[in-house]
Ligand binder design. Structure first.
Ligand SMILES: Cc1cc2nc3c(=O)[nH]c(=O)nc-3n(C[C@H](O)[C@H](O)[C@H](O)COP(=O)(O)OP(=O)(O)OC[C@H]3O[C@@H](n4cnc5c(N)ncnc54)[C@H](O)[C@@H]3O)c2cc1C
Length: 434
Protein backbone atom coordinates (compact mmCIF):
# COMPACT_ATOMS: atom_id res chain seq x y z
CA UNK A 1 0.00 0.00 0.00
CA UNK A 2 2.84 2.37 0.90
CA UNK A 3 4.40 1.90 -2.53
CA UNK A 4 1.25 3.08 -4.28
CA UNK A 5 1.26 6.35 -2.36
CA UNK A 6 4.65 7.31 -3.80
CA UNK A 7 4.76 10.10 -6.29
CA UNK A 8 6.95 11.04 -9.25
CA UNK A 9 8.79 14.33 -9.69
CA UNK A 10 9.19 15.75 -13.18
CA UNK A 11 11.56 18.67 -13.68
CA UNK A 12 10.84 20.68 -16.83
CA UNK A 13 7.43 21.36 -18.33
CA UNK A 14 8.23 21.15 -22.04
CA UNK A 15 6.53 18.63 -24.30
CA UNK A 16 8.70 15.74 -23.00
CA UNK A 17 7.93 16.43 -19.32
CA UNK A 18 4.26 17.11 -20.05
CA UNK A 19 3.82 13.83 -21.94
CA UNK A 20 5.46 11.90 -19.13
CA UNK A 21 3.33 13.63 -16.48
CA UNK A 22 0.13 12.79 -18.37
CA UNK A 23 1.13 9.16 -18.90
CA UNK A 24 2.04 8.69 -15.24
CA UNK A 25 -1.09 10.41 -13.98
CA UNK A 26 -3.21 8.32 -16.34
CA UNK A 27 -1.64 5.23 -14.75
CA UNK A 28 -2.88 6.47 -11.36
CA UNK A 29 0.46 7.86 -10.16
CA UNK A 30 0.64 11.25 -8.46
CA UNK A 31 2.99 13.66 -10.23
CA UNK A 32 4.62 16.94 -9.18
CA UNK A 33 5.68 18.88 -12.27
CA UNK A 34 8.21 21.66 -11.65
CA UNK A 35 8.75 24.36 -14.29
CA UNK A 36 11.21 27.24 -14.02
CA UNK A 37 9.27 29.67 -16.21
CA UNK A 38 5.90 31.19 -15.27
CA UNK A 39 4.10 28.70 -17.58
CA UNK A 40 4.61 25.17 -18.88
CA UNK A 41 4.94 24.49 -22.63
CA UNK A 42 8.68 24.81 -23.28
CA UNK A 43 10.02 25.59 -26.73
CA UNK A 44 7.10 23.95 -28.52
CA UNK A 45 4.96 26.88 -27.39
CA UNK A 46 7.30 29.22 -29.30
CA UNK A 47 7.03 27.36 -32.60
CA UNK A 48 4.63 28.38 -35.35
CA UNK A 49 4.03 25.06 -37.08
CA UNK A 50 5.75 21.71 -36.53
CA UNK A 51 7.26 19.22 -38.91
CA UNK A 52 6.59 16.49 -39.94
CA UNK A 53 2.92 17.42 -40.50
CA UNK A 54 3.26 21.22 -40.34
CA UNK A 55 0.29 21.40 -37.99
CA UNK A 56 -0.06 24.45 -35.79
CA UNK A 57 2.23 23.86 -32.82
CA UNK A 58 0.11 25.46 -30.10
CA UNK A 59 -3.00 23.61 -31.41
CA UNK A 60 -1.29 20.29 -30.64
CA UNK A 61 0.20 21.50 -27.39
CA UNK A 62 -2.70 23.46 -25.84
CA UNK A 63 -4.96 20.45 -25.08
CA UNK A 64 -2.05 18.79 -23.29
CA UNK A 65 -1.38 21.96 -21.28
CA UNK A 66 -4.94 22.15 -20.04
CA UNK A 67 -5.10 18.40 -19.38
CA UNK A 68 -2.01 18.83 -17.17
CA UNK A 69 -3.61 21.73 -15.31
CA UNK A 70 -6.91 19.90 -14.78
CA UNK A 71 -5.63 16.41 -13.99
CA UNK A 72 -6.42 15.58 -10.34
CA UNK A 73 -3.14 13.65 -9.98
CA UNK A 74 -0.85 16.37 -11.37
CA UNK A 75 0.35 19.26 -9.21
CA UNK A 76 1.93 22.05 -11.26
CA UNK A 77 4.71 24.05 -9.63
CA UNK A 78 5.37 26.72 -12.26
CA UNK A 79 7.84 29.58 -11.66
CA UNK A 80 9.70 27.20 -9.35
CA UNK A 81 13.08 25.55 -8.96
CA UNK A 82 14.14 22.30 -7.36
CA UNK A 83 16.62 23.31 -4.68
CA UNK A 84 17.58 20.13 -2.86
CA UNK A 85 17.14 16.41 -3.29
CA UNK A 86 17.98 13.80 -0.64
CA UNK A 87 17.42 10.07 -0.41
CA UNK A 88 17.52 7.34 -3.00
CA UNK A 89 15.53 5.58 -5.68
CA UNK A 90 12.12 4.74 -4.29
CA UNK A 91 12.28 7.36 -1.55
CA UNK A 92 13.55 10.84 -2.38
CA UNK A 93 12.82 14.01 -0.40
CA UNK A 94 12.67 17.15 -2.52
CA UNK A 95 12.70 20.85 -1.68
CA UNK A 96 11.09 23.19 -4.22
CA UNK A 97 11.49 26.96 -4.21
CA UNK A 98 8.31 28.56 -5.53
CA UNK A 99 9.03 32.14 -6.59
CA UNK A 100 6.57 34.85 -5.64
CA UNK A 101 4.58 36.14 -8.64
CA UNK A 102 3.12 38.94 -6.51
CA UNK A 103 -0.22 37.86 -7.95
CA UNK A 104 -2.67 35.63 -6.06
CA UNK A 105 -3.09 32.42 -8.04
CA UNK A 106 -6.63 31.79 -6.82
CA UNK A 107 -7.82 35.32 -7.62
CA UNK A 108 -6.20 36.17 -10.99
CA UNK A 109 -8.39 35.37 -14.00
CA UNK A 110 -5.84 36.55 -16.59
CA UNK A 111 -8.13 39.34 -17.84
CA UNK A 112 -5.04 41.37 -18.80
CA UNK A 113 -6.25 44.76 -17.51
CA UNK A 114 -3.20 45.07 -15.22
CA UNK A 115 -0.82 44.62 -18.16
CA UNK A 116 -2.80 47.07 -20.28
CA UNK A 117 -2.40 49.75 -17.59
CA UNK A 118 1.20 48.97 -16.55
CA UNK A 119 3.51 51.78 -17.76
CA UNK A 120 6.74 49.72 -17.93
CA UNK A 121 7.78 48.21 -21.26
CA UNK A 122 10.30 45.37 -21.11
CA UNK A 123 11.97 43.18 -23.78
CA UNK A 124 9.93 40.01 -24.15
CA UNK A 125 12.04 36.87 -23.74
CA UNK A 126 9.30 34.56 -25.06
CA UNK A 127 9.22 36.55 -28.33
CA UNK A 128 13.01 36.43 -28.48
CA UNK A 129 13.28 40.12 -27.57
CA UNK A 130 11.60 41.17 -30.82
CA UNK A 131 8.68 42.71 -28.96
CA UNK A 132 8.00 44.47 -25.67
CA UNK A 133 5.84 43.21 -22.85
CA UNK A 134 4.82 44.92 -19.60
CA UNK A 135 6.38 44.49 -16.15
CA UNK A 136 3.23 42.56 -15.18
CA UNK A 137 2.70 39.98 -17.86
CA UNK A 138 1.36 36.66 -19.04
CA UNK A 139 4.35 34.56 -20.18
CA UNK A 140 2.53 33.77 -23.43
CA UNK A 141 -1.02 34.09 -24.68
CA UNK A 142 -2.16 30.49 -24.17
CA UNK A 143 0.13 29.85 -21.18
CA UNK A 144 -0.77 27.48 -18.35
CA UNK A 145 -1.27 28.25 -15.51
CA UNK A 146 -3.12 31.29 -16.85
CA UNK A 147 -1.85 33.63 -14.14
CA UNK A 148 -0.09 36.97 -14.50
CA UNK A 149 3.39 37.49 -13.03
CA UNK A 150 5.11 40.66 -11.85
CA UNK A 151 8.67 40.97 -13.07
CA UNK A 152 10.25 42.40 -9.92
CA UNK A 153 13.36 43.65 -11.71
CA UNK A 154 11.36 46.07 -13.86
CA UNK A 155 8.29 46.83 -11.71
CA UNK A 156 8.23 50.47 -10.58
CA UNK A 157 6.98 49.50 -7.13
CA UNK A 158 9.99 47.28 -6.48
CA UNK A 159 12.54 49.53 -8.17
CA UNK A 160 11.29 53.02 -7.26
CA UNK A 161 8.63 52.56 -4.61
CA UNK A 162 6.08 54.11 -6.99
CA UNK A 163 3.14 53.24 -9.25
CA UNK A 164 0.95 50.28 -8.05
CA UNK A 165 -1.30 51.02 -11.04
CA UNK A 166 -1.92 47.31 -11.58
CA UNK A 167 -3.20 46.99 -8.03
CA UNK A 168 -5.58 49.93 -8.45
CA UNK A 169 -7.00 48.46 -11.65
CA UNK A 170 -7.40 44.85 -10.54
CA UNK A 171 -11.08 44.27 -9.84
CA UNK A 172 -10.26 40.83 -8.38
CA UNK A 173 -7.75 42.30 -5.92
CA UNK A 174 -5.27 39.72 -7.09
CA UNK A 175 -2.11 41.83 -6.77
CA UNK A 176 -0.10 41.07 -3.64
CA UNK A 177 3.16 43.02 -3.36
CA UNK A 178 3.86 41.32 -0.02
CA UNK A 179 3.80 37.80 -1.40
CA UNK A 180 6.91 35.81 -0.41
CA UNK A 181 8.85 32.98 -2.03
CA UNK A 182 7.74 29.64 -0.62
CA UNK A 183 9.54 26.38 0.13
CA UNK A 184 7.56 23.24 -0.63
CA UNK A 185 8.83 19.89 0.66
CA UNK A 186 7.86 16.65 -1.05
CA UNK A 187 8.58 13.35 0.63
CA UNK A 188 8.25 9.75 -0.51
CA UNK A 189 9.06 10.63 -4.11
CA UNK A 190 9.65 7.33 -5.90
CA UNK A 191 11.53 8.56 -8.96
CA UNK A 192 12.66 11.74 -10.71
CA UNK A 193 12.60 12.68 -14.37
CA UNK A 194 14.80 15.44 -15.84
CA UNK A 195 13.12 17.05 -18.86
CA UNK A 196 14.89 20.39 -18.82
CA UNK A 197 15.28 20.81 -22.59
CA UNK A 198 17.64 23.02 -24.57
CA UNK A 199 18.70 26.53 -25.45
CA UNK A 200 19.82 27.81 -28.85
CA UNK A 201 23.25 29.28 -29.41
CA UNK A 202 22.92 33.04 -29.73
CA UNK A 203 26.44 34.09 -28.86
CA UNK A 204 27.95 36.67 -31.10
CA UNK A 205 30.90 34.31 -31.32
CA UNK A 206 30.73 32.26 -33.61
CA UNK A 207 27.49 33.74 -35.01
CA UNK A 208 29.12 37.13 -35.49
CA UNK A 209 30.89 35.99 -38.66
CA UNK A 210 27.43 35.76 -40.27
CA UNK A 211 26.53 39.25 -39.13
CA UNK A 212 24.13 38.14 -36.39
CA UNK A 213 23.19 41.09 -34.16
CA UNK A 214 25.05 43.40 -36.61
CA UNK A 215 22.76 43.03 -39.64
CA UNK A 216 19.06 43.28 -38.88
CA UNK A 217 18.07 40.94 -41.70
CA UNK A 218 20.04 38.05 -40.21
CA UNK A 219 17.92 36.15 -37.67
CA UNK A 220 17.97 32.76 -35.96
CA UNK A 221 15.55 29.91 -36.67
CA UNK A 222 13.80 30.48 -33.35
CA UNK A 223 13.40 34.20 -34.07
CA UNK A 224 11.95 33.27 -37.46
CA UNK A 225 9.36 31.03 -35.71
CA UNK A 226 8.18 34.02 -33.69
CA UNK A 227 8.29 36.41 -36.68
CA UNK A 228 6.03 34.21 -38.79
CA UNK A 229 3.67 33.16 -35.97
CA UNK A 230 0.22 34.77 -35.76
CA UNK A 231 0.72 35.38 -32.01
CA UNK A 232 4.24 36.79 -32.59
CA UNK A 233 5.59 40.34 -32.86
CA UNK A 234 4.46 40.83 -36.48
CA UNK A 235 1.03 39.23 -36.10
CA UNK A 236 2.03 36.50 -38.55
CA UNK A 237 2.91 38.81 -41.47
CA UNK A 238 6.58 38.09 -42.18
CA UNK A 239 8.50 41.34 -42.63
CA UNK A 240 12.15 42.32 -42.59
CA UNK A 241 13.34 43.87 -39.35
CA UNK A 242 15.31 46.60 -41.14
CA UNK A 243 12.56 48.20 -43.22
CA UNK A 244 9.33 46.19 -42.78
CA UNK A 245 9.51 45.03 -46.40
CA UNK A 246 8.15 41.54 -47.31
CA UNK A 247 11.14 39.28 -48.03
CA UNK A 248 11.06 37.50 -51.41
CA UNK A 249 14.34 35.58 -51.22
CA UNK A 250 15.33 33.82 -48.00
CA UNK A 251 18.56 31.93 -47.28
CA UNK A 252 18.56 29.25 -44.55
CA UNK A 253 22.06 28.36 -43.28
CA UNK A 254 22.64 24.97 -41.67
CA UNK A 255 25.14 23.88 -39.01
CA UNK A 256 25.69 27.38 -37.60
CA UNK A 257 27.83 26.61 -34.55
CA UNK A 258 27.06 22.87 -34.75
CA UNK A 259 29.45 20.32 -36.22
CA UNK A 260 32.24 22.73 -35.48
CA UNK A 261 35.26 21.03 -33.94
CA UNK A 262 36.28 24.19 -32.12
CA UNK A 263 32.95 24.81 -30.36
CA UNK A 264 30.08 22.30 -30.68
CA UNK A 265 31.21 19.23 -32.64
CA UNK A 266 27.85 17.41 -32.59
CA UNK A 267 24.94 17.58 -35.05
CA UNK A 268 21.90 19.53 -33.79
CA UNK A 269 19.80 16.92 -35.60
CA UNK A 270 16.59 18.93 -36.19
CA UNK A 271 17.75 21.87 -38.33
CA UNK A 272 17.57 20.35 -41.82
CA UNK A 273 13.94 19.52 -41.08
CA UNK A 274 12.89 22.74 -39.38
CA UNK A 275 14.57 24.93 -42.03
CA UNK A 276 12.63 23.09 -44.73
CA UNK A 277 9.47 23.55 -42.66
CA UNK A 278 10.18 27.28 -42.21
CA UNK A 279 10.80 27.67 -45.96
CA UNK A 280 7.52 25.84 -46.66
CA UNK A 281 5.53 28.07 -44.28
CA UNK A 282 7.11 31.20 -45.75
CA UNK A 283 6.06 30.01 -49.21
CA UNK A 284 2.53 29.33 -47.95
CA UNK A 285 2.37 32.91 -46.65
CA UNK A 286 3.59 34.32 -49.95
CA UNK A 287 4.07 32.00 -52.92
CA UNK A 288 6.51 34.44 -54.54
CA UNK A 289 9.05 33.62 -51.83
CA UNK A 290 12.07 31.69 -53.08
CA UNK A 291 14.15 29.83 -50.48
CA UNK A 292 17.71 28.56 -50.53
CA UNK A 293 18.98 26.02 -47.98
CA UNK A 294 22.79 26.06 -47.63
CA UNK A 295 23.89 22.72 -46.20
CA UNK A 296 26.95 20.51 -45.65
CA UNK A 297 24.88 17.33 -45.91
CA UNK A 298 21.16 16.87 -45.38
CA UNK A 299 20.22 14.84 -42.32
CA UNK A 300 16.60 13.82 -42.33
CA UNK A 301 16.64 10.68 -40.18
CA UNK A 302 13.02 10.08 -39.23
CA UNK A 303 9.83 8.52 -40.48
CA UNK A 304 8.95 10.09 -43.86
CA UNK A 305 11.52 12.85 -43.26
CA UNK A 306 13.33 12.31 -46.58
CA UNK A 307 9.98 12.61 -48.34
CA UNK A 308 9.45 15.92 -46.52
CA UNK A 309 12.65 17.37 -48.01
CA UNK A 310 11.67 16.06 -51.46
CA UNK A 311 8.32 17.84 -51.14
CA UNK A 312 10.19 20.99 -50.16
CA UNK A 313 12.21 20.88 -53.39
CA UNK A 314 9.36 19.82 -55.67
CA UNK A 315 6.31 21.64 -54.30
CA UNK A 316 7.80 24.66 -52.53
CA UNK A 317 10.58 25.50 -54.90
CA UNK A 318 13.28 25.23 -52.20
CA UNK A 319 16.80 25.14 -53.64
CA UNK A 320 19.20 23.01 -51.62
CA UNK A 321 22.80 24.12 -52.16
CA UNK A 322 25.62 21.88 -50.89
CA UNK A 323 27.99 24.56 -49.78
CA UNK A 324 30.09 26.35 -47.23
CA UNK A 325 29.08 29.94 -46.59
CA UNK A 326 32.18 31.94 -45.90
CA UNK A 327 30.77 35.35 -45.05
CA UNK A 328 27.75 37.63 -45.20
CA UNK A 329 27.93 41.31 -46.09
CA UNK A 330 25.06 43.72 -46.73
CA UNK A 331 24.44 46.30 -49.46
CA UNK A 332 23.17 49.84 -48.86
CA UNK A 333 19.58 48.55 -48.50
CA UNK A 334 20.68 46.02 -45.88
CA UNK A 335 20.16 43.10 -48.27
CA UNK A 336 22.45 40.27 -47.14
CA UNK A 337 24.98 39.07 -49.74
CA UNK A 338 26.32 35.58 -49.12
CA UNK A 339 29.71 34.46 -50.39
CA UNK A 340 29.89 30.68 -50.52
CA UNK A 341 31.71 27.73 -51.99
CA UNK A 342 29.43 25.43 -53.96
CA UNK A 343 30.69 21.99 -52.90
CA UNK A 344 29.19 20.30 -55.98
CA UNK A 345 30.92 22.54 -58.52
CA UNK A 346 33.86 23.87 -56.45
CA UNK A 347 32.91 27.41 -57.52
CA UNK A 348 33.02 30.47 -55.26
CA UNK A 349 29.70 32.26 -55.72
CA UNK A 350 27.62 35.10 -54.31
CA UNK A 351 23.89 35.33 -53.71
CA UNK A 352 21.90 38.38 -52.70
CA UNK A 353 18.82 37.67 -50.56
CA UNK A 354 16.35 39.68 -48.46
CA UNK A 355 16.62 37.68 -45.27
CA UNK A 356 19.01 35.11 -43.74
CA UNK A 357 17.88 32.53 -41.18
CA UNK A 358 20.61 30.83 -39.15
CA UNK A 359 20.06 27.28 -37.89
CA UNK A 360 22.02 27.83 -34.73
CA UNK A 361 23.36 25.05 -32.57
CA UNK A 362 21.08 23.37 -30.00
CA UNK A 363 22.90 23.63 -26.66
CA UNK A 364 22.10 22.32 -23.16
CA UNK A 365 19.81 24.69 -21.27
CA UNK A 366 21.23 26.56 -18.30
CA UNK A 367 18.56 24.77 -16.24
CA UNK A 368 19.97 21.39 -17.30
CA UNK A 369 23.41 22.24 -15.95
CA UNK A 370 21.92 23.61 -12.72
CA UNK A 371 19.74 20.57 -12.08
CA UNK A 372 22.55 18.10 -12.78
CA UNK A 373 24.40 19.64 -9.86
CA UNK A 374 21.39 19.53 -7.53
CA UNK A 375 20.68 15.90 -8.44
CA UNK A 376 24.32 14.86 -8.51
CA UNK A 377 24.06 13.25 -11.93
CA UNK A 378 26.76 13.29 -14.57
CA UNK A 379 26.85 15.48 -17.69
CA UNK A 380 28.45 14.32 -20.93
CA UNK A 381 31.32 16.12 -22.70
CA UNK A 382 28.86 18.59 -24.29
CA UNK A 383 27.12 19.33 -20.93
CA UNK A 384 23.90 17.50 -21.79
CA UNK A 385 22.77 14.90 -19.20
CA UNK A 386 24.84 11.74 -19.57
CA UNK A 387 22.63 8.77 -20.36
CA UNK A 388 23.15 5.08 -21.09
CA UNK A 389 24.03 4.57 -24.78
CA UNK A 390 21.75 1.52 -24.99
CA UNK A 391 18.94 2.84 -22.78
CA UNK A 392 18.99 6.57 -23.35
CA UNK A 393 16.62 7.55 -20.54
CA UNK A 394 18.82 6.09 -17.76
CA UNK A 395 21.13 8.62 -16.04
CA UNK A 396 24.20 7.95 -13.89
CA UNK A 397 22.01 7.74 -10.74
CA UNK A 398 19.43 5.07 -9.98
CA UNK A 399 15.85 6.33 -9.83
CA UNK A 400 16.66 9.45 -11.86
CA UNK A 401 15.76 9.46 -15.55
CA UNK A 402 16.21 11.95 -18.40
CA UNK A 403 14.21 12.50 -21.56
CA UNK A 404 13.92 14.89 -24.49
CA UNK A 405 16.50 17.57 -25.24
CA UNK A 406 17.92 17.50 -21.71
CA UNK A 407 20.25 14.75 -22.91
CA UNK A 408 20.55 15.36 -26.68
CA UNK A 409 19.04 17.49 -29.44
CA UNK A 410 15.93 15.78 -30.81
CA UNK A 411 12.57 16.51 -32.41
CA UNK A 412 9.14 16.58 -30.80
CA UNK A 413 8.02 13.04 -31.77
CA UNK A 414 11.20 11.59 -30.22
CA UNK A 415 10.86 13.78 -27.11
CA UNK A 416 7.28 12.57 -26.67
CA UNK A 417 8.30 8.93 -27.15
CA UNK A 418 11.07 9.32 -24.55
CA UNK A 419 8.66 11.02 -22.12
CA UNK A 420 6.40 7.99 -22.40
CA UNK A 421 9.32 5.57 -22.09
CA UNK A 422 10.43 7.30 -18.89
CA UNK A 423 6.88 7.12 -17.52
CA UNK A 424 7.00 3.34 -18.03
CA UNK A 425 10.26 2.96 -16.09
CA UNK A 426 9.07 5.28 -13.31
CA UNK A 427 5.81 3.35 -12.98
CA UNK A 428 7.87 0.18 -12.62
CA UNK A 429 9.70 1.69 -9.62
CA UNK A 430 6.58 3.13 -8.02
CA UNK A 431 4.08 0.34 -8.66
CA UNK A 432 6.41 -2.58 -9.11
CA UNK A 433 9.30 -4.09 -7.31
CA UNK A 434 11.68 -1.08 -7.28
C1 LIG B 1 13.82 26.88 -34.48
C2 LIG B 1 13.34 25.53 -34.05
C3 LIG B 1 12.27 24.93 -34.70
C4 LIG B 1 11.84 23.65 -34.33
N1 LIG B 1 10.82 23.07 -35.04
C5 LIG B 1 10.44 21.81 -34.75
C6 LIG B 1 9.42 21.15 -35.50
O1 LIG B 1 8.83 21.75 -36.40
N2 LIG B 1 9.11 19.85 -35.19
C7 LIG B 1 9.77 19.16 -34.21
O2 LIG B 1 9.47 17.98 -34.02
N3 LIG B 1 10.71 19.77 -33.44
C8 LIG B 1 11.07 21.07 -33.69
N4 LIG B 1 12.01 21.70 -32.90
C9 LIG B 1 12.56 20.95 -31.73
C10 LIG B 1 11.63 21.06 -30.50
O3 LIG B 1 11.60 22.40 -30.06
C11 LIG B 1 12.11 20.11 -29.40
O4 LIG B 1 12.11 18.79 -29.90
C12 LIG B 1 11.23 20.10 -28.15
O5 LIG B 1 10.93 21.40 -27.73
C13 LIG B 1 11.93 19.34 -27.02
O6 LIG B 1 11.10 19.33 -25.89
P1 LIG B 1 11.70 19.21 -24.41
O7 LIG B 1 10.53 19.08 -23.52
O8 LIG B 1 12.73 18.17 -24.37
O9 LIG B 1 12.46 20.59 -24.15
P2 LIG B 1 11.95 22.12 -24.05
O10 LIG B 1 10.92 22.40 -25.06
O11 LIG B 1 13.22 22.92 -24.10
O12 LIG B 1 11.31 22.23 -22.61
C14 LIG B 1 12.11 22.17 -21.44
C15 LIG B 1 11.38 22.86 -20.30
O13 LIG B 1 12.12 22.70 -19.09
C16 LIG B 1 12.18 23.95 -18.39
N5 LIG B 1 13.38 23.94 -17.54
C17 LIG B 1 14.67 24.07 -17.91
N6 LIG B 1 15.47 23.93 -16.85
C18 LIG B 1 14.68 23.75 -15.76
C19 LIG B 1 14.93 23.54 -14.39
N7 LIG B 1 16.19 23.47 -13.89
N8 LIG B 1 13.87 23.40 -13.55
C20 LIG B 1 12.60 23.44 -14.03
N9 LIG B 1 12.31 23.62 -15.34
C21 LIG B 1 13.34 23.76 -16.20
C22 LIG B 1 12.22 24.98 -19.50
O14 LIG B 1 11.84 26.25 -19.02
C23 LIG B 1 11.23 24.37 -20.51
O15 LIG B 1 9.91 24.77 -20.23
C24 LIG B 1 12.47 22.97 -33.25
C25 LIG B 1 13.52 23.59 -32.57
C26 LIG B 1 13.97 24.85 -32.97
C27 LIG B 1 15.13 25.50 -32.27
Amino acid sequence: MLKKSKSALIIGGGIAGIQSALDLANMGIKVDLVEKKPCIGGRMAQLDKTFPTNDCSICILAPKLSECARHPLITLHAYSDVQEVDGEAGNFTVKILKHARYVKEDACINCGVCAEKCPMRVDDEFDRYLKKRKAIYMYYLQGVPAIMTIDKEHCLWFTKNACRICEKNCERQAIDFDQQDEIITLSNVGAILVATGYDVLEDINPLGSYGYKKFRNVVTGLEFERLICASGPQGGHLRRLSDGRDPKRIAFLQCVGSRNVRSHPYCSSICCMYSTKEAMIAHEHDNEIESFVFYIDLRAGGKHFQKFLKRGAEEYNIKYIKSKVNEIQVDEEENPILTYENLDTDEIKQLKVDLVVLSTCIIPSQGTKEIAEVLNIRLNQHSFIETDPYFPILTSREGIFACGCSHAPMDIPTSVAEGSAAAGKIAEIINGGG
